[in-house]
Design a protein around this ligand. Structure first.
Ligand SMILES: NC(=O)c1ccc[n+]([C@@H]2O[C@H](COP(=O)([O-])OP(=O)(O)OC[C@H]3O[C@@H](n4cnc5c(N)ncnc54)[C@H](O)[C@@H]3O)[C@@H](O)[C@H]2O)c1
Ligand SMILES: [Zn+2]
Length: 367
């Protein structure tokens, strides 16, 4: 079973991924030292599916602290509630927090672990595609403010991550598929071999074939681990992970996070960045068509509908990653190689956005 090492400013940690990774929980946590208690943080939804199985494996899982994992509950009040529960449950400085869930659980539990008693041991057990290939790796934790997403947070790397693809079988179909756009991202930015595999085994992946998952999940984690290991604080290389996210985030903001799942917005962002790269003569037509073909092959995306480029412009210019209103794009040079920090003249951006519905109809991205 693959074990991937991630280096971080607070020391290296390993990600155990692959089938049956979860069964190794006891020996793996044993290696971290003797905790005074293990406190499982999860959500009612995740627990309904997995609570009984986990209670047999994780000490303390028979009295989990459960909190709402909708995006609207990813806020400081939830952190306060959990911290108070931890005090009442007797968690001290040598306690271990085990976060079991998707990205929301991981971000909230991770931030709680960072600030509770000024920091306690954190283990991630991610249960969605997004959480396994993205949010559980790299140490970003945090919560939203009414003014915007992830505005309060901390870098707080875990001591251990256990990513077992078995969890993905209970995910609703739309959630599962949405995570695949993040996997496509890794292929485009860093690994032509992964991209080829996604193309060739698309149907097996979409039906969650265990062998296909056992290939794409660890490979995606490896890429994320390599990137964040080289640039934890996002001063350079880590920006490539933002591929597809510049437009994706703007679409999510413009629709108040109600219309698209995150991965679906990234699906649109991937199409857009591909067209923009062609318009800027960075990417050849052949690779562009392959990227568009793979995104469309994963299924339909919710339509962009009436969102206009005029409404998007201020959102794009005030993106966290923009500098002084200048938008920095991440664009592919070819499949497997990407450049970041690129500026594109606004008229080109606007024209490319107007092309989206036409291209979408051609590739049947939407209904
Ligand atoms: N920290 C980071 O680096 C980072 C990276 C990417 C995303 N994020 C954050 O992650 C969040 C999105 O995470 P997500 O896409 O995992 O969604 P999510 O955490 O919202 O989970 C999606 C839904 O699936 C349910 N669920 C989770 N696991 C399940 C399972 N195994 N079976 C059945 N249902 C299950 C959840 O209860 C929830 O209803 C966002 O808040 C985003 O900001 C953080
Ligand atoms: Zn993402």
């Amino acid at each position: 079973m693959p074990t991937i090492r991630v280096s971080s400013s607070s020391g290296p940690y390993s990600v155990h991924c692959g089938p049956a990774a979860l069964r190794r929980f006891a020996p793996l946590i044993g290696r971290l030292g003797e905790p005074t208690g293990t406190f499982v943080l999860s959500s009612p939804t995740v627990w309904r599916h997995w609570g009984r199985a986990l209670a047999k494996i994780i000490p303390g899982a028979n009295r989990p602290i459960l909190f709402d994992d909708s995006e609207s509950a990813k806020r400081l009040a939830t952190v306060e509630g959990i911290a108070r529960d931890l005090v009442r449950a007797g968690a001290d400085r040598r306690a271990t927090i085990v976060a079991v869930g998707g990205g929301v659980v991981g971000d909230v539990a991770g931030f709680t672990a960072a600030v509770y008693l000024r920091g306690v041991c954190l283990i991630h057990i991610p249960t969605t595609v997004v959480a396994q290939v993205d949010s559980a790796i790299g140490g970003k934790t945090g919560v939203d403010l009414p003014e915007g997403k992830n505005l309060v947070g901390a870098f707080y790397p875990p001591r251990l991550v256990i990513a077992d693809p078995a969890f993905l079988h209970t995910l609703p179909h739309r959630q599962f598929r949405s995570g695949l756009y993040e996997v496509i991202k890794y292929g485009v930015i860093a690994d032509r071999g992964l991209f080829d595999y996604l193309e060739r085994h698309r149907d097996a992946i979409v039906r969650r074939d265990p062998a296909a998952l056992a290939r794409i999940i660890p490979r995606s984690i490896e890429i994320k681990a390599r990137v964040v290991g080289a640039d934890e604080r996002e001063s350079g290389l880590r920006q490539i992970l933002n591929f597809g996210h510049t437009l994706g985030h703007a679409l999510e903001t413009a629709t108040h996070y109600r219309h698209f799942l995150h991965g679906e917005a990234i699906g649109w962002g991937t199409i857009f960045a591909t067209l923009l790269a062609v318009a800027q003569r960075k990417l050849g037509d052949r690779d562009a068509l392959r990227i568009l073909g793979l995104v469309s092959g994963m299924g339909r995306l919710p339509a962009i509908g009436k969102i206009g480029v005029t409404a998007l412009e201020p959102i794009l210019r005030s993106d966290k990653k923009a500098r002084g209103g200048r938008i920095h794009w991440v664009l592919p040079r070819r499949i497997g190689k990407t450049e970041w920090g690129l500026e594109v003249p606004w008229p080109v951006v606007a024209r490319t956005f107007e092309l989206l519905p036409i291209i979408a109809r051609r590739f049947t991205f939407t209904d």
